[in-house]
Each structure stands twice: as C-alpha cells, then as structure tokens.
Write a protein that binds this ligand. Structure first.
Ligand SMILES: [Zn+2]
Length: 313
C-alpha cells in the first residue's frame, strides 16, 4: 500500500496527536493500492476502545468520490496503547463494508498506535509517526469456499515523499540565492496526468509561480513542473531526472535554471522595449536636426544670393 506523505501528515494531525479512538476515511485512484486523500471523521461516535464511522461520513463518501474522481478505499483509525492490529470488531466492520461495496477488492484499514517499542522494532507494514506509528492492513473476501468471511492481512507500507521533497527543494532554491522567498502550498485538487493520479503543489519563488505535480511512483517517476509566466503563458519546465538523483536536488536544479531563464527573458523584453523607445526618440531628434540643418542651409543660400547682388551683409 502506498500513501502520500501529505496524507500521512493529515492522519498525524487529526488522529495521532489525539487520544484513541479517532478515525477518518481514505480515498485513492481506482484499482490502485494508493491512499491519496484523508478526510477526518469529526462526527464519529468513539470511545477509548471502539471507533464507529459516523452516519454523516457514510453519506458524504459517495459525494467525495464524485467530486475528486477518487475511490473510497477504507478507514484509518487509532487504537489504545500497543494494540497495533485490527480488532475482531474492525474485521466485521470491514466485512460489512465489502458487502456494501461489491466493486471493492480490498478494504484498507491502517491502525495508528502510540509506539512503545521504538523505531528499531518497526516492521515492513509499519512506519513511525510523531508520537506513535501506523501499521498497514487490508481486508479481503476470504477465498475459502467455507464461510463468507474476510481475511485481514498486513501489507508493506510505502510512503510517497512528495511534499517533503518539495519543501526541501524550496529551501535549496533560497540557499543557492536564486530567490529570497520560496513558499510551498498545496493545490487542493488532485490531477490526473496521463491517467496517473498526481498531487500538486504551488511553489512561489519571489514573484515567479510554479506548479509541481507528482504521482504515486514518485521519486522513481519524475515530477512535472509548470511555470505560469507574467505574459499569461504557461510553460513546461524541463526536469532532468534519474533513479539515483536526490529528488529535492533535481527539483531545485530545474526551478533554478528556469528562474535564470525567465529572468533573462524578462531582461531581454525590457531592453528591447527600451530600444524601441530609444529609436523613437532618435527618429524624433533626427527630424529636429534635419529641420535645423535645412533652415541653416536656406539661410546660407539666402546670404549667398544677397552677396551676388552686391548687398552688404
Ligand atoms: Zn479498531
């Protein structure tokens, strides 16, 4: 199961920092084991031992699916102490969800707990969080011909470190002196680039605006960067990418080169407009000079003709 770091940050904020049991819903692209959106379930009836999805949330889920083009994937919730796996109650809730949603192959059910064992003890389905850990599980319909229950399994958890690398890239751009301020903010919408879901962030370097988009395969897959020019045009920023590169470094490099490029472009535009103004002024001055020269010529002709007539000048 892959989870965008932004989603993990939201789970940390809404669940891990509070007393159990709290929860929320996960959404992701269709037919992919990816969590790309977390919606906290504020209205849930929860005690320290159980978490039950609120009725409002059940009703809102299909609306969220329609609005975001994402699919409901499951529920993440917290457990007290070191009870770090789904309970029997969670298993029957998952069975119920799979029955209500026959199109769902898997039901995600990550569990957040206070980590008492230290980071060294984390297993492949677990990742550390501030003040605890998250463990990834999913429920599947049982393949056994006997009974119609579900099986709950651990699944390896991969974090897509997209937000983190953009924040680091912004710091690098300021460090290398390309701009004074680099502000990263999430662009709310989830975008599909070549049918692959991407999360997008806006990066504002002084007065230059970029949009950076990354998919579930980041950092193996390169991000897409767009520049919104002051001339109203949007330009794709070339990104040099390789498996071995430091993602933040590569993003910083692409944006730095683009900043140089755009600054040069602006300078050239300014110079050429000044040149045009300059040449206009020059034409005006030339006219004046010509006029003056013609007058002088006329006076001179007048003088010579008088001289010929023998008049005293
Ligand atoms: Zn539970």
């Amino acid at each position: 199961m892959r989870i965008f770091d932004e989603v993990l940050e939201a789970i940390e904020f809404h669940i891990a920092r509070h007393e159990p049991e709290r929860g929320g819903l996960l959404f992701g692209p269709m037919n992919r084991d990816v969590a790309a959106l977390f919606i906290p379930d504020e209205g849930a009836r929860s005690s320290s031992v159980t978490y039950t999805i609120s009725r409002e949330m059940c009703q809102r889920a299909p609306e969220i699916e329609r609005e975001t083009n994402l699919e409901y994937k499951g529920v993440v919730h917290s457990h007290p102490d070191s009870f770090d796996h789904p309970s029997t109650g969670d298993q029957s809730a998952a069975a119920n969800a799979l029955q209500l949603n026959p199109h769902m192959g898997k039901f995600f059910m990550p569990i957040v707990t206070a980590n008492r064992e230290g980071e060294g003890a984390l297993r492949s389905h677990e990742r550390a969080m501030e003040g605890g850990k998250i463990g990834a599980f999913f429920a599947e319909r049982s393949r056994s011909v006997f009974g119609s229950g579900v099986e709950v399994r651990e699944t390896p958890l991969f974090i897509v470190p997209f937000h983190d690398n953009i924040k680091k890239a912004a710091e690098k751009i300021v460090e290398n002196g390309s701009c004074k301020d680099a502000i990263v903010s999430p662009v709310g919408s989830r975008i599909f680039v070549d049918e692959i879901l991407s999360l997008a962030y806006s990066l504002q370097c002084d007065r230059h605006d970029y949009i950076i988009m990354g998919g579930e395969l980041f950092p193996q897959g390169a991000p897409h960067i767009l520049y919104s020019g002051h001339d109203g045009e949007t330009r794709a920023v070339p990104v040099t990418w390789s498996i071995n590169c430091d993602p933040a470094e590569c993003i910083a490099m692409a944006v730095t080169l683009s900043l140089i490029n755009e600054t040069c472009r602006e300078k050239i535009a300014r110079l050429s407009s000044r040149f045009r103004q300059g040449s206009k002024r020059w034409r005006r001055d030339r006219k004046k000079l010509l006029k003056k020269a013609r007058e002088q010529l006329k006076n001179a002709e007048h003088a010579t003709s008088k001289k010929k007539k023998g008049e005293v000048l």
